[in-house]
Design a protein around this ligand. Sequence first.
Ligand code: PNS
Length: 181
Amino acid sequence: MAADSRERSARPAANGPNHHGGTAVCPGSYDPVTFGHLDIIGRAANVFDRVVVGVVNQPVRKRKTLFNAEERVAFITSEVAEYGNVQVKPFDTLLVDFAREHGAKAIVKGLRAISDFEYEFEMNQLNRKLAPDIESIYMMSAPQFSFLSSSGVKELAMFGGDVSGLVPDPVAARLQEELKR
Ligand code: PNS
């Protein structure tokens, strides 16, 4: 079908008979990973053949990370072994280039409250402009993780709050070491 009539037909070209889960990328800063992130990663691992968790080395819109990329990758790697189809890698490039490099046809992200929507909508438009062939897919967070964020966890830890049940134990221990005042 010609491109202009394709645009009017309002549906994408069929992918052919070879539909399969394929590879998805779950990107983020993960500074540090929370049980909310791990819930999304695990759900993606159950839908896609392979999931590559992309850990942004130096996020552009955020202050310096608390944990370096190597440690953020290690926290996640030790939590995802049970899935068998999840790899964790740092990246320094555009997200869509990282996705392409791994043959991913989808970017999977979690959505919590409505407050996530505006930021994700912007990211979605940017990523779509750069790579219309890579679909962004959003999973609604489980209710118990709706208000869980890495920055909230860091704030709790900084003031001596209990972060168990929000992040894996090794992460909680490292948070305490880094943030006790
Ligand atoms: O909110 P997060 O976890 O810091 O999100 C990081 C990421 C990469 C998922 C988000 O910034 C995004 O979707 N960026 C798209 C634009 C891009 O490729 N930027 C370069 C990497 S920061």
